[in-house]
Design a protein around this ligand. Structure first.
Ligand SMILES: [Zn+2]
Length: 412
């Protein structure tokens, strides 16, 4: 792995030669004296704060389209970002700021533009590896999975996958568990959340399987969906004016701006309902989203309601609300287009498509899907058994060797 300490200044650590080279491609020869800095996006920091800090005109933000303003509001605190600065005058030349897990804002110094900078979004480069783990419990599954993999998110997801099958607290010493899951890596480190594709538990001599189908939902061995977090429609809308897109899925169509939610066109003043039980964690103005409410739900889910005209009486941060409770009213705050509700759904901070989760009943696989699912299940089962048959448990297929070969930090 190319890992090169350039210099150290302030709270920033500078490394990653590959990153540096990526930035440099866009630079002309005479501005070659540049340094890469790495920072963590602070809690409560806005995009405007970032512009101010780096002496970029605020108009870069104000002149953005409403859609780009939304994206500029998606930067999550705690995320790592990179900037490239002119070593001589300290001027910002480029910045890469992740929004969610899949995309990043790319700001480039460009004297041909009105504000001196260009704003765009590009996909985050990462690679994904399928990994497996099998172990025999001598402690809680959370403890054991974390101990073996150092991946608390995987341990959490394991608990979520089996939530409907049995009480996870009743697992016993010597019970066996096995997992096959997809893990993303970026710049040599695990990135984002793991996705379990198959999971197995043997407890009290009874085997339990959970398989993820291509719709991303969990099913038992028989192809029955396991209940999970479901949303109800938050608003009576006239039409869906914009659908979810994380822009990764259209490499052939070229540039496509992500839209990290669903827009429901509705009359101004239409009541907005909580899409699920949860705790309100934000009520207020949120950049390109205008007046916004955020609710935290179980299992790492979060919903965001934006462009509101106003809030329902008594709604405040810290309050618990039931599904269906009126929390606000449709408006067009933070936007110049017509009134609509922007609904965002996040799982562990990653924006996912809300429409795939808005359902009133469990999903039932149709005949063809069952056929496909059964084939998948046979394959997963065989692989689970293969992992379990390892001589020494815990068995954990580490990604280190693979990382050394494949993640050269050349890409971002
Ligand atoms: Zn929207």
């Amino acid at each position: 792995m190319a890992n090169f300490i350039l210099t150290k200044r302030g709270g920033f650590k500078m490394r990653f030669l590959g990153l540096m080279m990526c930035f440099m491609i866009a630079l002309s020869a005479n501005s070659f004296a540049a340094v890469v800095q790495e920072g963590i996006w602070g809690n409560g920091v806005t995009f405007l704060d970032f512009l101010d800090k780096h002496k970029i005109p605020q108009n870069l933000y104000y002149n953005l389209s409403p859609e780009d303003k939304e994206l500029a509001t998606e930067v999550i605190s705690g995320n790592k970002y990179f900037i490239l600065k002119d070593d001589k005058n300290g001027q910002l030349l480029q910045a890469l700021i992740p929004i969610g897990e899949d995309n990043q804002i790319h700001i480039v110094k460009d004297d041909s533009t009105e504000n001196g900078y260009h704003f765009g979004t590009i996909p985050v480069q990462f690679f994904q590896k399928q990994q497996s783990i099998a172990l025999e419990l001598s402690n809680s599954p959370y403890h054991e999975i974390t101990k073996a993999t150092n991946d608390t998110r995987l341990a959490n997801e394991f608990a979520i996958a089996f939530k409907q099958s049995f009480n996870i607290n009743n697992l016993q010493v010597k019970d066996k568990i096995a997992l096959i899951y997809n893990r993303k890596y970026r710049l040599g480190a695990p990135y984002g959340s793991p996705e379990i594709v198959a999971a197995f538990v043997n407890t009290r001599n009874k085997p339990y399987y959970v398989f993820a189908y291509k719709d991303g939902r969990y099913y038992n061995e028989k192809g029955e969906e396991l209940a999970r977090f479901l949303l109800t429609n938050p608003v009576r809308y006239t039409r869906i004016s914009s659908r979810f897109s994380n822009a990764r899925k259209h490499p052939i169509l070229g540039y496509k701006r992500p839209h990290l939610g669903v827009d429901y066109a509705a009359k101004k003043g239409t009541p907005v309902h909580a899409a699920g039980d949860g705790k309100i964690t934000f009520v207020g103005n949120k950049g390109g989203y205008g007046r916004t409410v955020i609710i935290n739900h179980t299992d790492g889910f979060k919903t965001l309601y934006a462009h509101l005209n106003g809030y329902a009486k008594g709604i405040r941060s810290g309050q618990f609300v039931k599904q269906g409770k009126i929390i606000a009213y449709v408006g067009n705050s933070g936007l110049s287009t017509g009134p609509h509700l922007h609904l965002g759904l996040y799982k562990h901070g990653r924006a996912i498509n809300p429409l795939k989760s808005v359902k009133v009943a469990k999903r039932v696989l149709n005949k063809n899907e069952i056929k496909e699912f059964n084939l998948l299940a046979v394959d997963y089962k065989a692989r689970i058994q293969e992992v379990l048959a390892q001589e020494n448990l815990p068995f954990y297929e580490k990604a280190v060797e693979y990382l050394a070969k494949h993640d050269t930090n050349k890409d971002l």
